[in-house]
Structures are given as C-alpha cells and as structure tokens.
Ligand binder design. Structure first.
Ligand code: SF4
Length: 469
C-alpha cells in the first residue's frame, strides 16, 4: 500500500523582521506536523500569506499578490495569517471569498488543525490572542543563526501604528524559557542569536518583579557557546545606560542598536505619541556612544506625518546629517484604519511631497553610508563566519560585531560558526570585501577592554548624565 500523499504548503511573508522570524518558525512547525514545503505555489495544497498591516503599501502588495494567484486557485486552500487577518477579522471572508483560512499571528501553531478543518468544512479561522504560547518557541535555525522572540504585542499606542490592535497586549516570554531555548540551540550548533520584540526594552514590564531586558540580555550573553547576540527593536523612551553597560560588559553582544526616532520635530513626535523629545533621543545616543564607543546605530523615520511642515522635515534632515547613522529606514506615512492618527489628524501632506521628502532623506543617507563604507577600508574586524558564498567559489560570508556582512576568501580550515578577523579592503558584489588575518580574535577585543577600563573609573567617580530614564 502506498503512503498517503503529503500536504504541501507554500509560504509567503510580507512586512517586518518579526513576521520573517515567525514564518521561519512556522515552517519548522508545519514540517514537524507532517507537511512538506514547496517553493512553487502551483504545487501547494495550502498557500499561506503571512501578512503585515503596519503599512498600507504592504497590505496592497499582499492583496495584489493573492489576487494574482487566485485565478488559478483550483482546489488549493488559501490562508491569510498575521496582522491583517486579525485586524480585518471574518469580514475578509466576505470581501475576499477565495480565502479559506484566517489565522492571527498569535495562533500560528493552530494552522495544521485549521487546514484539516477547512478541508472538511470549507472554512476555518483562529483569530485574537489564543493561548499564551509562542510559535517562536519552536526551533527555526538558519545555519548558525536563530531569532528568538522574547515578547509579543505592544501597548505603546504610537498614534500611527496598528500593532497594538493587531498583536494585542505585551506578553513576555519567561526568562527561563528564553534561556532554555537558547541552550537547546547552542547544543545543536547555533552560535548567533537575535532577541526579537516590538520593543525589547519593555521586556518583563508585564511580569511582577521581572528584572527587565538588560539582565536578560546579560544572562544570555554569558551562556557558553553564544558567540553573537543581537536584539531588535529599541524604543528610545525605554533605552538607556543600563542597557549600554550590559553591552559594554559582554564582547559577544553586537555593537548595533536599532532605535527608531521617526521624526526630529518635537511637535510631530508629540502627535505621534512617542513620549520622548529630540533632546532625549540625542542624549541617549550620546550615552550609547560614550559607553559603547564602537556602536553602530540605525533608525527609522516616517516622512509626511499629518501636519509635518517643511521646517519639521528640514529639522529631520539636519538631524540625520548630524547623527551619521549606520542605516536609516525611511517610510512615507500612510493612514491605517483604527489608529489614533487616522481618527484625529488629516493626512494632509500630498503624496508628491511625501515622495520628495523620501528621496531627499534617502539621498542624504546614501552619501553618509558611502562615506562610512570608505572609512572602514583598512580596518580589521572580528567576524563570525556565517556561510560559504554561493556565487563566489572559495569565499566565505561573515558578520562583524556591528552586524555588517563581509565577503572574504576562505583558507579551507575555517567555516560557518568560527570566529576570525578580517581586514576590509574594498567593496565587492555589494559586500564589504576583505582579507582574512591569520590570528584568531582575542576573547575581548581592544575596544571592549577600553570600555571596561572607562566603566571602572566611572564607577569610582559616579555616573552622571546620559540616558533618558
Ligand atoms: S512601540 Fe509604537 S511603533 Fe512600535 S510596535 Fe509599539 S505602538 Fe507600534
């Protein structure tokens, strides 16, 4: 007797890093539940679209993509998962009748059951919060790297953002569970971890007597076998010296902080309900750069928020020029239904003006990044080797502590998971290109040693200024 045919799934992800991390884990979950992945939608029995409702453009791309596949749908089942499913609810079954399954981001682990229910009954849905479980607790390593979700949801209610409505209240994963998850991955050979949350710095705020994010970060960094540890995203109002001190103490924590400012105008920040000022933000950056001198900082900005004047925007441009960020993600404001901004403000910056501001900010940041690239030539970095380069025979791709990818020729003895040092000599195929040094990196790079020296003298003098807490 031949075995029953496998149910094949095709998974397409839209939007943010959290969604990509959840999709990676969902794949592992589905395969473990007896499904088989295909990258050909035509061969799939179940097509899953993991959606993001944060930006209108992402939602439009999502529905455009589903519509393009719909004409050849046949007996295949379509599942809309993630934020948009949760935000729009069962109304989707009426507006998009070719969708068979709805599943919120919090309930992805129910997908196998939903698939069989929809096959039998025609439709199935699992919306809202569900059980307080993390699909992310399922392993989903990619090579030597694995993202680990430490929080779900957000209650900051920035006025433009749908996340609090789509993903619900803040729920922190217990610290013991995070540690156990990382330990299990280390045993399987994973060496690099990314702690993920909408605002990681709020970790533990929902739990009585929690120590918060910095101690969690320090504890994970101290675990044997963790060679690299990064985290994403940091809200400026919750980011400060306690975090930077932990970063300074652990040489395996990435020297990278992604801290979205959104606008450099205090008036716009107030209307966005961000709860910090430009001055607060700049003091936090100064504190980060003092305590972690080799830190790279990235940010997000939104151009064309309701009421953003040319002067407000010019302030943001001057700010970008001053701060010299490692990277900047620029978004044009789009009104999201149900948010405070949509209720209270008129979307009054014309699309052409939003586009103009976007292009100006982008061209400024491109020049800054080009200069930074050139400044890195001749510098030697500690690099964690991630993989063999597919398109450059004999080459390896690794990442510096600042999170920058580097391409370099291998020597046959080192491979993924090994640490080495690389001197950057130029740019090739979009990567920084370099030569591997023979010496192994010291356990505590010189820059960290100087920070630790500075910390001990600061402790003697007492700490003043810096941070916004
Ligand atoms: S912190 Fe603000 S922007 Fe970030 S997810 Fe929460 S509400 Fe949205």
């Amino acid at each position: 007797m031949s075995p029953p045919p496998m149910n094949r799934f095709f998974l397409k992800t839209f939007g943010c890093q959290m969604n990509f991390a959840e999709s990676a884990r969902l794949k592992t979950w589905l395969v473990g539940s007896g499904f088989e992945e295909t990258d050909d939608p035509e061969k799939a029995d179940l097509l899953i679209f993991n959606s993001c409702g944060v930006r209108r453009s992402a939602e439009e791309r999502l529905f455009g993509h589903i519509a393009s596949l719909q004409r050849r749908k046949g007996p295949r089942l379509f599942c809309l998962a993630g934020c948009v499913a949760n935000l729009r609810g069962e109304e989707i079954f009426r507006t998009h009748p070719f969708i068979d399954i709805l599943c919120s981001g919090s309930r992805l682990s129910e997908l196998p059951a939903l698939y069989f229910e929809a096959k039998e009954k025609g439709r199935a849905s699992a919306l809202g919060e569900g059980l307080p479980s993390f699909v992310s607790s399922l392993p989903a390593a990619q090579g030597i790297f694995c993202p680990v979700s430490i929080t779900k949801g957000c209650e900051n209610y920035c006025s433009y953002c749908v996340v609090p409505y789509a993903r619900g209240k803040l729920v922190s994963k217990p610290a013991d569970d995070v540690a156990a998850e990382v330990r299990g991955m280390v045993e399987r050979g994973i060496r690099s971890f990314l702690l993920l949350g909408q605002n990681v710095n709020e970790y533990g705020r929902d739990v009585k007597d929690s120590g918060g994010f910095p101690p969690l970060l320090g504890n994970i960094a101290a675990m044997e076998g963790v060679l690299r540890l990064s985290f994403l995203t940091s809200h400026p109002k919750d980011t400060g010296e306690d975090l930077f001190l932990v970063m300074a103490r652990h040489g395996n924590i990435n020297r990278y902080l992604h801290m979205p400012i959104q606008s450099a105008s205090d008036g716009v920040l107030r209307r966005m309900n961000r709860r910090y000022t430009l001055g607060d933000y700049e003091r936090t950056v100064a504190s980060a750069r003092l305590l972690v001198p080799d830190i790279s900082i990235g940010t997000d900005i939104i151009v064309g928020f309701p009421g953003e004047t040319s002067e407000d925007f010019d302030e943001t441009l001057r700010f970008l020029d001053r701060m010299k960020f490692e990277d900047v993600f620029i978004f044009q404001y789009s009104e999201r239904p149900g948010t405070a901004a949509a209720r209270q403000f008129k979307d009054d910056v014309p699309p052409a003006e939003k586009q103009r501001r976007h292009e100006l900010a982008l061209s400024l940041q491109t020049r800054i990044m080009q200069r930074k690239k050139e400044e890195s030539f001749g510098t030697t970095y500690e690099v964690l080797i991630e993989r063999h380069a597919e398109k450059s025979a004999g080459h390896l791709i690794g990442r510096t502590l600042m999170g920058t990818a580097v391409l370099f020729p291998g020597n046959g003895s080192l491979g993924p998971g090994d640490l080495t040092t690389v001197t950057v000599t130029g740019v090739k195929k979009g990567y920084r290109y370099g030569e591997m040094r023979q010496e192994k990196p010291s356990p505590c790079p010189p820059s960290h040693q100087s920070v630790l020296e500075r910390l001990s003298s600061r402790t003697k003098r007492g700490i003043s200024g810096g941070g916004n807490e």
